[in-house]
Design a protein around this ligand. Structure first.
Ligand code: ADP
Ligand code: MG
Length: 386
């Protein structure tokens, strides 16, 4: 073998699963400082975001935070008070809804009660004046996709909520839009059906490759279904990121608290080095030590956040100087695969620690009213500025 020759690395095509990481790919939808007021009252405030082709993007936030308004602005059902909106590189800010490559699936499904499933789905294509044969083919293609072919002759009032939802989705898909907007598409379904439908919807979206933007107030739904999500509060976008980024690196106490459960400790910075920040919290006996991710100076107020699954809980006294407390188990929530322990600290604050129920014996050792220690590694906590 010729050892002089350096092995050449095989050249692989770069596959971009996360187009927002690739500066060469143009976003499909661009919102620039988009705002909407109703009689001077802001509903959407200064929203700037990019959405890429093929994304399953969610707008997540509490009721009344402006999600549906933002969706209606995208659909063209509302005119923005200020700002701009681009779709496919074209300025669509003032383009009416019927000239946008967009289809909206309404929360109420808005099916025509006097028409069969087939007629409901065919309606939009008939209006476009497509040939009969093509309409039929396309209708049955989407009915197949949403597994509703055998209900084609039924009327909506003889369908379950889940079936109506599929028909509404089929009606959106059949028009082959570039973008489908879904406003709380699972809101009318019960919990079990919701979970199944979430998976199905993602599967269908991946199959057809159409960009989906979904509004939801259900954080679990947004986290499990989305490529990325925008978290809204009172009309503002608080954070944009992948589910992982939002969960692990929330940028505010609001987002941290909204997504999953989290322990929050308010305190004041007492020391800063290049690597670590020390924080004194009035509700804790020991100081906290957190990797430096803040520019807040000594004396500044911050909130430290630690997820319950990052908290260690046990009966042995930790040997570290920082990041531990002694407390009493006040409550245990049993969730089958895991348990959540509520530990009351001497200050009165309760912290949550979750443990997987892998080892039945050791879990059984922790019981109500028991004295325990909770602790965590510095890198498992983050500083949020208040
Ligand atoms: P979400 O979908 O997040 O629950 P919306 O976008 O529906 O919130 O509403 C955001 C805010 O705008 C709310 O305070 C709501 O009352 C107000 N709003 C929405 N639509 C209208 C309207 N057509 N006229 C006046 N106020 C509206
Ligand atoms: Mg809404």
């Amino acid at each position: 073998m010729d050892r002089q020759k350096k092995p050449t690395k095989p050249k692989r095509p770069k596959i971009t699963l996360e187009p927002w990481q690739n500066s060469k790919i143009e976003p499909y939808i661009v919102l620039k400082n988009l705002s909407k007021n109703y009689d001077g009252v802001p509903a959407v405030q200064d929203c700037t975001l990019d959405i890429y082709e093929g994304e399953f993007y969610s707008l997540l936030g509490a009721s009344g935070c402006g999600k549906s308004t933002l969706l209606r602005l995208l659909a063209g059902f509302e005119k923005p008070s200020s700002g701009k909106l681009f779709i496919g590189g074209q300025d669509m800010t003032h383009v009416p809804s019927y000239n946008r490559p967009v289809n909206m699936m309404f929360q109420s499904y808005a099916l025509f009660p006097h028409m069969s499933v087939e007629q409901n789905i065919a309606f939009g294509l008939k209006q476009e004046g497509l040939p009969r044969e093509e309409i039929k083919n396309r209708v049955y293609e989407v009915l197949d996709l949403v597994q509703m072919s055998r209900f084609s002759k039924r009327h909506p009032n003889r369908l379950s909520g889940g079936q109506q939802q599929r028909v509404a989705l089929a009606r959106s898909l059949v028009k082959r839009p570039k973008l489908i907007l879904l406003d709380e598409p699972m809101a009318a379904l019960d919990q079990k059906l919701r979970e199944e439908t979430q998976f199905e919807l993602v599967n269908i979206q991946e199959k057809v490759g159409i960009t989906f933007i979904m509004v939801t107030h259900d954080q679990e739904e947004a986290m499990t279904m989305s490529s990325r999500l925008a978290i809204m509060e009172e009309g503002w976008i608080q954070q944009i990121g992948t589910p992982h980024e939002i969960y692990e690196f929330p940028n505010s106490a609001y987002v941290a608290d909204f997504i999953g459960s989290i322990n929050l400790f308010e305190g004041v910075i007492t020391g800063v080095t290049k690597e670590m920040v020390n924080i004194k919290c009035p509700m804790l006996s020991h100081t906290l030590s957190v990797p430096t991710n803040t520019t807040v100076p000594i004396g500044g107020s911050v909130t430290v956040a630690v997820r319950p699954e990052k908290l260690e809980i046990g009966i042995d006294k930790p040997t570290y100087k920082h990041n531990w407390e002694e407390g009493i188990i006040e409550d245990i929530g049993y969730y089958g695969d895991m348990s959540i322990y509520h530990v009351k600290l001497p200050s009165g604050q309760t912290v949550m620690a979750s443990l997987l129920n892998l080892d039945r014996i050791s879990i059984q050792q922790l019981t109500w009213n028991q004295s325990v220690y909770v602790s965590w590694q510095p890198e498992n906590s983050i500083i949020l500025t208040t």
